[in-house]
Write a protein that binds this ligand. Structure first.
Ligand code: SAH
Ligand code: AVI
Length: 338
């Protein structure tokens, strides 16, 4: 264990090497409370599961493939925004530390790090994700690409493992991809309020939000022709089979996703193609499905600028700057403690 690793001895450390360390705050079998979520979410009507369980190694790879489908506009739209405004954002926030929540493959952060590099300053990068595999691969790439960068990756669940981050100086918290939209309004406010409680004077939040737009564009983004989103959705059943010794027949469910105008959100479901009973042996649970019955697996809320400002305000944050794609598809906010 290196010195920097030893400083965090409360946690079970992965490893530390050169300028990259991986801190494991909870292991895959613990960190997502899958057993409890299945007991509660599949034990009631209507059935539901929280989206964090999508992201095992296969699911994380499928999400990355979704980002490259022609229909899924959020990733490339947000990336274009970052390319255009990263210098402004870095000048405004002057980070010495960047914490990225749900960092995934860390694809977009290089654009921000390149902007930091152009200011001839340095910062530490702390990616935080449930996906160990993604953290390792992406962190190794980043330290290679930026010879000055120190990466301290944290594998854990940001709903519960978020305290005592190894922050150093003015911090830019980054939450991209529109992932805030995967929370209900109440969950989003709770999450941002908790984040706010970690922010000191001089810290900022960079938040990506997907915006309300033409319904055909929205529906296509979650129903790509190649079926990658369908595979991503169904993968959660394989996760439950593997981790909880369940008997889901993945082919007996179909992917359903649509934009609900009233709630301004995409709903993603898995629909049972027949009446069936699924055993979840690790929980001693039998789950009955009617033909056509659905499990709500994800919501993805779409915002307007006033709604983002309101959400931030309700969470004790203040919208400082707003960058919007020229087609109005996606918005980036810079916020600070109110
Ligand atoms: N920020 C990236 C990835 C978005 S996908 C982008 O903009 O493209 C959502 C990411 O959040 C995944 O990498 C997933 O593993 C992670 N994630 C989901 N729920 C999480 C949780 N509760 N705690 C930590 N990470 C989580
Ligand atoms: C991670 N999150 C913002 C994605 C979204 O668009 O809500 C997850 C996703 N689900 C289906 N496609 C992408």
């Amino acid at each position: 264990m290196t010195q920097s690793a030893a400083r965090f001895e409360n946690f079970d450390f992965g490893f530390s090497h050169d300028r990259f360390s991986l801190e494991i705050r909870s292991k895959p079998e613990q960190h997502t409370s899958l057993a409890n979520d299945v007991l509660v979410g599949l034990g009631r009507t209507p059935k539901s599961l929280p989206p964090k369980h999508f992201y095992d190694e296969v699911g994380s790879r499928l999400f990355d493939q979704i980002c490259d489908t022609p229909e899924y506009y959020p990733t490339r739209t947000e990336q274009t925004l970052l390319e255009r405004f990263a210098d402004d954002i870095v000048r405004k926030t002057q980070p010495r530390c960047i914490v990225e929540l749900g960092s995934g493959s860390s694809r977009k952060i290089s654009t921000v790090l390149a902007a930091v590099e152009r200011t001839r300053t340095r910062c530490r990068y702390i990616p935080f994700d449930v996906s160990h595999s993604m953290l390792e691969v992406s962190s190794r790439d980043l330290v290679k690409r930026f010879p000055w960068l120190e990466v301290h990756a944290i594998a854990g669940d940001y709903d519960r493992d978020f305290d005592a981050l190894p922050l150093s100086g003015p911090t830019l918290f980054v939450f991209l991809g529109g992932t805030i939209g995967n929370f209900t309004p109440r969950e989003a406010t709770e999450f941002l309020s908790k984040l706010r409680s970690h922010m000191k004077l001089g810290d900022h939040l960079l938040l990506g939000t997907d915006l309300v737009k033409d319904h055909d564009v929205l529906n296509a983004a979650y129903n790509d022709a190649a079926g990658v989103t369908a595979a991503f959705n169904k993968n959660v059943l394989s996760v439950i089979n593997r981790r909880l010794d369940a008997s889901f027949d993945v082919d007996a469910f179909q992917h359903v996703a649509f934009f609900d105008h009233a709630q301004a959100r995409i709903e993603m479901h898995l629909e049972s193609l027949k009446a069936q009973t699924v055993q979840v042996r690790a929980l001693g649970m039998a789950v009955e499905f009617d033909s056509g019955e659905r499990i709500l697996t994800e919501i993805s809320r779409k915002f307007t600028r006033p709604r983002v400002a309101h959400m931030l305000k309700t969470s004790g944050l203040r919208l400082d700057a707003w960058f919007e794609a020229s087609n109005g598809y996606f918005g980036l906010s810079v916020a600070r403690g109110g």
